[in-house]
Ligand binder design. Structure first.
Ligand SMILES: Cc1cc2nc3c(=O)[nH]c(=O)nc-3n(C[C@H](O)[C@H](O)[C@H](O)COP(=O)(O)O)c2cc1C
Length: 362
């Protein structure tokens, strides 16, 4: 079980503070094998909102190191960093304000100019982004490389490159947002060109023995957009570039999308990529019961399950799931062992009572 990346919009100037230590630290105590940060932005103008986390200054590295050290010192969880660039979806409000909408006039921080593969705004009120030049690409490449070096210095165990959800690299891959006529537009392989350059550049500076994953939108859910067939090609390109795992999300690349939601609704895409491309996958999206996780893993549909919203409701989701299933061989924090025993006893008693009632009712 992985704690899926979730933006918390609570940084000042990109620095994760005590809130992040407690937020990520408590989820690391909660039994997940891997805790992933939210999208950590590689430059100030790469942020989604003024509250987003950064890795574009030495003080960011030091703040992250404190959090990573805490998790390593106190739990058996590993910590991943998700690096990304907001691109056309940058300069917007905090998640609990008007999400994806530009900053209001009265905001303490002014809107900053945003860049994208093509001048396609994310919505009617969003800025028209400036089309990236080669010089912009070189700058963004350098920013990703520097962020990856700092991430390594901060001690992260795993690096994920965010190529999903309509942010900069995703906007290159999606045909609805990439209208370029140079070698970075047109065919799917061309559209993946810049994201692959970024991936390879990071792979070159990120420690070779540490894994790298890529989050993709496996379906744009919109006419003319990428489909799960395209996702197979995208996954293969990243596999060939050295990715260890594809984190298979979908959508959020265009406001015209009409996703078909349902429990485990993105898992079929992870399943196809895993079994057709032959690369490890992480399934994510409406996986909210322990049985979902077990069935996905046991059926070989994915190698890891990322769980997002349930971890907002319950930092100890995995520990509670294990207790619920009667699986006791799981590491709780030693400080909390008496809580484990009581929970297991109460759950066992409740299960026995239900069984007795069922029997009595014939
Ligand atoms: C508050 C919140 C913030 C999120 N931020 C990110 C993010 O920074 N990067 C990312 O790739 N996905 C982000 N997501 C998407 C989740 O990682 C996940 O893919 C999605 O919520 C579906 O999983 P779930 O059904 O378990 O919630 C966010 C989701 C939520 C609810």
């Amino acid at each position: 079980v992985v704690v899926s990346p979730m933006a918390q919009y609570s940084c000042r100037g990109g620095t994760p503070d005590d809130y992040y230590l407690v937020h990520l630290g408590s989820r690391a105590h909660g039994g997940a094998g891997l805790v992933c940060t939210e999208m950590v932005c590689v430059a100030a103008d790469a942020r989604i909102s003024p509250g987003c986390a950064g890795m574009y200054a030495p003080e960011h590295r030091d703040a992250w190191r404190r959090i990573v050290d805490y998790v390593h010192r106190n739990t058996s969880a590993k910590v991943a960093i998700q690096l990304g660039h907001a691109g056309p979806k940058g300069s917007t409000q905090l998640g609990w304000e008007a999400i994806d909408e530009p900053l209001p006039e009265a905001a303490s921080e002014r809107n900053w100019p945003v860049i994208a593969p093509s001048p396609v705004p994310y919505g009617p009120r969003n800025q028209v982004p400036r089309e990236m030049t080669r010089a912009d690409m070189d700058r963004v490449l350098r920013e990703f490389m520097q962020a990856a070096r700092w991430a390594a210095e901060a001690g992260f165990d795993w690096l994920e490159l965010h190529c999903a959800h309509g942010y900069l690299l995703s906007a290159f891959i999606c045909p609805l947002t990439n209208r370029r006529e140079d070698e970075y537009g047109g065919s799917l392989a061309n559209r993946c060109g810049f994201p692959l350059e970024v991936f390879r550049a990071i792979r070159g500076v990120w420690p070779a023995e540490k894994p790298m994953s890529v989050r993709i939108s496996a379906h744009d859910w919109a006419p003319g957009g990428n489909t799960p067939d395209d996702a197979i090609v995208i996954a293969r390109l990243f596999k060939d570039a050295g990715a260890d795992l594809i984190d298979v999300s979908s959508g959020q690349t265009t406001r015209d999308a009409k996703p078909v939601y349902g429990r485990m609704y993105q898992t079929p895409f992870a399943d196809r990529i895993r079994n057709e491309v032959g690369i490890a996958t992480m399934a994510v999206g409406a996986i909210f019961e322990p049985d979902h996780v077990n069935s996905i893993l046991m059926a070989g549909r994915a190698d890891l399950c990322a769980i997002a919203r349930p971890h907002l409701a319950d930092p100890y989701w995995t520990l509670h799931a294990a207790a619920q299933l009667g699986y006791r061989d799981v590491d709780w924090p030693v400080q909390y062992l008496s809580g484990k025993e009581q929970l297991e006893r109460n759950l066992a008693r409740a299960a026995q009572l239900t069984a007795e009632q069922l029997e009595a009712n014939g």
